[in-house]
Design a protein around this ligand. Structure first.
Ligand SMILES: [Cu+2]
Length: 152
């Protein structure tokens, strides 16, 4: 193959790769937590055209859920501290989310190192451009483990 043919093939390949990437579902997002109280993203964003949203949480560490568990809880930013506080008394058996807490818009369970979980929820709970945040409600984690959730 000549150099020109190789270049043309590379251009053709990258042109193919673009539509494939664009086909990834923008309503499905992923985030990881580690063993040192960090999410790997400070912000998640989904378009307001999504009807249903799926958030997948990975725990990239090795610590058990009892020691370094993480969850992903979506709230209005104004409710973050109160939801975190209510979750504290709910305990690990309730994934540190107070049962029936209406301020919780969506949440995963608490997972430990090496585990993955996800939550799928209706976007009808959200308003375009609203001020939303996510946090980890495991005791003591939210100060470091929180971020902005953008819808729209
Ligand atoms: Cu955590």
């Amino acid at each position: 193959m000549t150099l020109m043919h190789t270049t043309l093939a590379a251009v053709a390949l990258s042109a193919l790769a673009l539509p494939l990437a664009a086909r990834a579902d923008p309503c499905k997002v992923e985030i990881s937590g580690n063993d040192v109280l960090q999410y790997d993203k400070r912000e998640l964003a989904v378009p307001a055209t999504c009807k249903e949203i799926t958030v997948t949480l990975h725990h990239s560490g090795t610590q058990p859920r009892e020691a370094m568990g993480h969850d992903w809880v979506l709230v209005k930013t104004a409710d973050l501290a109160a939801v975190d506080q209510a979750g504290l008394s709910a305990g690990l058996a309730n994934n540190y989310v107070a049962p029936g807490d209406k301020r919780v818009l969506a949440h995963t369970k608490v997972i430990g190192g090496g585990e993955t979980t996800s939550v799928t929820f209706s976007a009808s709970l959200l308003s375009r451009g609203g001020d939303y945040s996510y946090l980890c409600t495991f005791p003591g984690h939210s100060a470091l483990m929180h971020g902005k959730f953008r819808f729209g």
